[in-house]
Design a protein around this ligand. Structure first.
Ligand SMILES: [Zn+2]
Length: 243
């Protein structure tokens, strides 16, 4: 069973290598994520506009049907005018004709308004569809690039991950979670070697007595300044030689 501090340092070394590989992918994962978000958003906008267009189309259709019905009614009424028996009947029919004609005008106006609105919205949808198309082609290019970069490092990444798992299995959950906690708080570096008498993370000088304790390598010590786990320079060098 390996020494706990050495194991943690090995884990750190592997994690830094994995981070480097991740960095080589550059902005690509972020760009892909962002494009996916934009595509989703644009599609939502298109769907909402399309729904409005459908409503205007339905309203226009209804206006046309109403107009047709009213026109038929006017025709009927006009025929009835020839058969009236008195002025009262004549007035009543004429009044109904006038009302129907007003309604016809309103229907025509409604049809026109809905038509105009629908055309305006369709133009917006066309623009959004163009935007969507260009986003999609941008996405597929970036995805392809990301896949290529990932593929280059795939084997190396798997190998490192495998080694990492092997080492992690030898550490307690407590040690691992403390390591992860420091690592995520300290820009990926949880275990640092002493360099020229100072913490390799924050460069603050380490007291000589702590340096002595670290050389014994039997207990975990943290940097008093940054909280990182410290490892003596020569022990770190020993680990690096094996790795
Ligand atoms: Zn420090």
């Amino acid at each position: 069973m390996e020494n706990k501090i050495k194991l943690l340092y090995m884990l750190q070394t592997l994690d830094l290598k994995l981070m480097d590989l991740e960095e080589e992918k550059g902005d690509l994962p972020g760009i892909v994520r962002n494009l996916n978000d934009q595509i989703q958003e644009t599609q939502t906008q298109i769907d909402a506009l399309q729904k409005q267009i459908d409503e205007h189309l339905a309203a226009r259709e209804k206006a046309n049907l109403d107009e047709e019905t009213l026109n038929q009614r006017v025709e009927e009424l006009k025929k009835q005018l020839y058969e009236v028996r008195n002025n009262k009947e004549y007035d009543a029919i004429t009044k109904e004709i006038t009302e129907a004609e007003d309604k016809i005008m309103a229907c025509m106006q409604a049809a026109e308004d809905n038509d105009a609105k629908q055309k305006e919205l369709s133009t917006s949808v066309d623009e959004l569809k163009q935007k969507l198309e260009s986003l999609q082609s941008e996405l597929s290019e970036n995805k392809k690039d990301l896949q290529e970069v990932s593929k280059i490092h795939e084997d190396e990444e798997l190998q490192l991950q495998h080694e990492r798992d092997k080492i992690a299995r030898q550490l307690t959950d407590e040690a691992l979670s403390s390591y992860d906690r420091i690592r995520s708080a300290k820009y990926g570096k949880a275990v640092v070697p002493i360099t020229r008498g100072a913490c390799g993370g924050c460069y603050k000088t380490v007291p000589p007595q702590l340096n002595l304790l670290l050389r014994k390598n039997d207990e975990i010590h943290h940097c008093e300044n940054c909280g990182r786990i410290l490892i003596a320079e020569e022990i770190a060098a020993e680990v690096n030689k094996v790795a």
